[in-house]
Design a binder for this molecule. Structure first.
Ligand SMILES: Cc1cc2nc3c(=O)[nH]c(=O)nc-3n(C[C@H](O)[C@H](O)[C@H](O)COP(=O)(O)OP(=O)(O)OC[C@H]3O[C@@H](n4cnc5c(N)ncnc54)[C@H](O)[C@@H]3O)c2cc1C
Length: 598
C-alpha cells in the first residue's frame, strides 16, 4: 500500500509541489514522507495488533462507567502524542500546518490498522477544527486547543432517535440562561442524542460534545425546519475560563451503549441531556455554550463537511485495502485445485495456489481496482481541499468538490464493501470464520453507507442539487476535467478506453437531462441511487485512466496498475448502461408501487 500511496501522492498528484506555497514553505517532500513514516509506525505497533481485541472486548457499561481495553487507551495516547490531532492547524496553535492531502494520507494508516480505535481521534480533530472556524477566541483557547493537545476528546451530536437523515426535525431544546458568560452565551439543553460515537469513555479526563439544538421562539415553541438549529459546546465536566475542571459534572448522562455489527471499538451512545441526573449550579439542564450565531448551527456543523466526508470515504477505502491485502496473502499460499489442462487431470500432481485460478484473480483484480481507485479518488479530493484553501483557482476547486464529495463519501462505502465481501470469498469457508480478519473488515465497513449521510441521501444531494446547481456549472467543470484526460489518452495505447470514457460521460450528461426533463423532483429523483452508482463508476474510470497515464516502465508495480485500470474499463464501466437506463426513462416502478403490494 505504501508504494501506491507514495506514487499517487508524489508522482500523480505532485503533492511535493505544495511546498512552494507560503503556508507549506517550511515543509519539503522529505518532511511529508517523515509524517507518513511516523503514522505508519504508530499504526503498525499500537493499532493493528489490537484491532481484533477492540472488536471482541467491545465497550462495556456497568451502569456507572464505560470500560474499554487498555490497548485503546494506549493507541489513542500514542496518536495524540504524534501531533496528528492538529496536523493541518497553524503552528501557533500547536499544529504542523500540513496540507489536507498529507494529513489524510497519514490518517489512512490508522483507518487500515484499526478504524474503530482511530475513531476517537478523527472525531476530536473534526470537532476542534470546527471550533477554530466558528468559535470565539476563548472557546478556541479553552476547548479546541485542549482537544488538539489530546487532553480532552470531542464528539458530534446531531442525530436523535426520531431524527437521523432529517435533521430539521431534531427536538433538543436550548433555553438561554446567561448571555454574558465568558465562554459564550450560556444555555440549558434538554433532549436525547442517538448514535453518538465516542459519547462516553474515560480515555481522556473530559469529553467536549458539539450539540445541535433548537432555541425556542418567543411563543416558547421550537421553530420548524433547519433555521432554528443552533450549535452548542456541552462539556461532560464543566470547566472555567482557564480550562480547569471546576469539579462539577454537567447534566449529560449515558442512557446506554448501542451494540453494533462492527466498528465496535468506538463507543456508540444514547446520551440524555438535561434529564436531571446531575444538577450543575444546583439545577437540572445541560450547560451549553453557543457557537456562532443562533440559527446557524447546521451551517457551522457542515463547514467541515468536505473533510468529514473525504475522511469517511478514505476510511472505507482503507478497510477495503486491509481485506485486499489479507486475501492476496492467502491466495498466494492456499493450495487448492489443479489447472484445467491435461496436466491438471493427474490427481496425484501438486495442487496450485488459488491465485493461479482465473476466477480468484478476477476477485483480486476487482478488489485492487476498487481500493486503489478509491484511494486515488480520496487523495484527489483532499488535494482539491488544498486548492480551495491555498490554490490559485478556487472557483474550479469548489465546483469540482461540489460534485465529487457525494462520490467521495458513497463510492468507497459501496464498492469497498463489495471488495471486503470478495476478500471473504477468496478465503472461502475460512473467510467466514473469526479466525481470519476479513469478516471483521466487512462488518466494520458496513457502517459507511449509513453514517455521514446515507447512500440514499448522498444520491439525492448529487442528482437533486450538485449536478443542476448554477445551471449545471459543477457538472460542466468536471466534464471539462475529464475531457482533458481523454485528450491525452487518445494519443496513446489507452485510446480505446478514452473513447469508452467519452461515451460514458455523454451518457451521464444525457441521463441527467432526461431525469430532469419534466422538472418534477419526485420523478427525477426516484432513481437517484442508480444515478449515483453510474456517476461514481464514470468518475472512477476517469481517475483510473488518468493514473494509468502517469504510470511508466516495465515493473510489476506498473503492470499491476495497468491491469487494474483495464479491469475497470472491461468489467465495471459497462455496468453504467443499466443504471442510467432507468434514470433516463424516469422508471416509475419504485415510486408507484404501493406499500400494500409488498
Ligand atoms: C455506528 C454509528 C455511528 C454514528 N455516529 C454518529 C455520531 O457520532 N453523531 C451523530 O450525530 N450521528 C451518528 N450516527 C447517526 C447516523 O448519522 C444516522 O444513523 C444516519 O444519518 C441515518 O439516520 P437514521 O439512522 O435515523 O436513519 P433514517 O434517516 O431513518 O433512514 C433510514 C433509511 O431511509 C432512507 N431515507 C431517509 N430519508 C429519506 C429521504 N428523504 N429520501 C429517501 N430515502 C430516505 C435512508 O437513506 C435510509 O436508508 C451514527 C450512526 C451509526 C449507526
Amino acid at each position: 500500500m505504501r508504494q501506491t500511496l507514495d506514487f499517487l501522492l508524489f508522482d500523480w498528484l505532485k503533492a511535493g509541489d505544495l511546498t512552494v506555497r507560503e503556508r507549506f514553505a517550511e515543509h519539503s517532500a522529505e518532511t511529508f514522507s517523515a509524517v507518513l513514516d511516523t503514522c505508519e509506525k504508530i499504526a503498525r505497533e499500537k493499532f493493528a495488533p489490537f484491532n481484533r481485541l477492540a472488536d471482541t472486548q467491545e465497550p462495556h457499561f456497568d451502569g456507572e462507567r464505560v470500560h474499554l481495553p487498555q490497548a485503546t487507551h494506549d493507541a489513542t495516547r500514542a496518536y495524540a502524542e504524534s501531533g496528528m490531532l492538529a496536523a493541518a492547524q497553524d503552528y501557533d496553535v500547536g499544529g504542523m500546518q500540513l496540507p489536507c492531502v498529507i494529513e489524510m494520507a497519514g490518517n489512512a494508516f490508522f483507518s487500515k490498522a484499526s478504524v474503530a480505535m482511530g475513531g476517537y481521534a478523527m472525531l476530536t480533530s473534526g470537532n476542534a477544527s470546527l471550533l477554530m472556524a466558528h468559535g470565539t477566541p476563548l472557546q478556541r483557547e479553552v476547548f479546541a486547543k485542549n482537544e488538539f493537545a489530546g487532553r480532552w476528546f470531542g464528539t458530534m451530536c446531531l442525530s436523535e432517535p426520531q431524527a437521523g437523515s432529517s435533521l430539521s426535525d431534531i427536538a433538543t431544546r436550548a433555553e438561554l440562561e446567561d448571555e454574558t458568560d465568558a465562554l459564550g452565551p450560556r444555555y440549558r439543553l434538554t433532549g436525547n442524542k442517538m448514535w453518538i460515537s465516542g459519547g462516553e469513555h474515560e480515555i481522556t479526563e473530559n469529553i467536549i460534545h458539539l450539540v445541535l439544538a433548537k432555541v425556542p421562539g418567543p411563543d416558547g415553541k421550537l421553530i420548524a425546519g433547519t433555521k432554528g438549529i443552533s450549535l452548542f459546546i456541552v462539556p461532560k465536566k464543566l470547566v472555567n475560563e482557564r480550562a480547569e475542571l471546576t469539579g462539577e459534572r454537567n447534566d449529560v448522562s449515558l442512557a446506554g451503549l448501542n451494540h453494533k455489527l462492527g466498528y465496535r471499538g468506538t463507543t456508540n451512545c444514547l446520551l440524555n441531556f438535561g434529564e436531571g441526573r446531575f444538577t450543575p449550579g444546583g439545577r437540572k439542564g445541560a450547560v451549553g455554550y453557543l457557537v456562532g450565531k443562533p440559527g446557524e448551527g447546521l451551517r457551522a456543523m457542515f463547514h467541515m463537511m468536505n473533510e468529514a466526508r473525504i475522511g469517511v470515504g478514505l476510511g472505507a477505502v482503507m478497510l477495503g485495502y486491509a481485506g485486499y491485502e489479507a486475501s492476496l496473502d492467502y491466495a498466494k499460499q492456499r493450495p487448492q485445485g489443479r489447472p484445467m489442462t491435461a496436466a491438471g487431470k493427474d490427481a496425484s500432481s501438486r495442487q496450485r495456489p488459488i491465485i493461479e485460478h482465473a476466477d480468484v484473480r478476477r476477485m483480486l483484480l476487482a478488489q485492487k481496482s476498487y481500493v486503489e481507485g478509491g484511494l486515488a479518488l480520496e487523495l484527489f479530493c483532499a488535494r482539491l481541499v488544498d486548492e480551495l484553501a491555498t490554490g490559485d483557482d478556487k472557483t474550479q476547486a469548489q465546483a469540482l468538490l461540489d460534485v465529487l464529495i457525494p462520490i467521495a463519501k458513497s463510492w468507497p462505502s459501496e464498492w469497498c464493501l463489495e471488495s471486503n465481501s470478495l476478500a471473504i470469498q477468496v478465503l472461502g469457508g475460512y473467510g467466514y470464520t473469526r479466525d481470519f480478519p476479513v469478516e471483521q473488515y466487512w462488518r466494520d465497513q458496513r457502517l459507511n453507507m449509513i453514517h455521514e449521510g446515507t447512500h440514499g441521501i448522498q444520491a439525492l444531494d448529487l442528482l437533486g442539487r450538485k449536478v443542476v446547481q448554477q445551471g449545471g456549472a459543477s457538472l460542466a467543470a468536471l466534464a471539462a476535467r475529464v475531457q482533458q484526460t481523454i485528450a491525452r489518452a487518445i494519443q496513446t495505447d489507452w485510446a480505446p478506453q478514452a473513447n469508452q470514457l467519452a461515451a460514458a460521460l455523454a451518457q451521464v450528461g444525457g441521463a441527467t437531462k432526461k431525469a430532469w426533463s419534466t422538472g418534477e423532483p419526485e420523478e427525477a429523483l426516484a432513481n437517484a441511487v442508480p444515478y449515483l452508482q453510474a456517476f461514481g463508476h464514470t468518475v472512477l474510470a476517469w481517475l483510473w485512466l488518468d493514473v494509468a497515464l502517469a504510470v511508466s516502465g516495465d515493473s510489476h508495480f506498473a503492470h499491476g496498475k495497468r491491469a487494474a485500470a483495464r479491469y475497470f474499463f472491461a468489467y465495471e464501466l459497462p455496468k453504467i448502461a443499466a443504471w442510467l437506463d432507468v434514470v433516463a426513462r424516469r422508471e416509475p416502478l419504485c415510486r408507484e408501487i404501493q406499500p400494500e403490494y409488498f
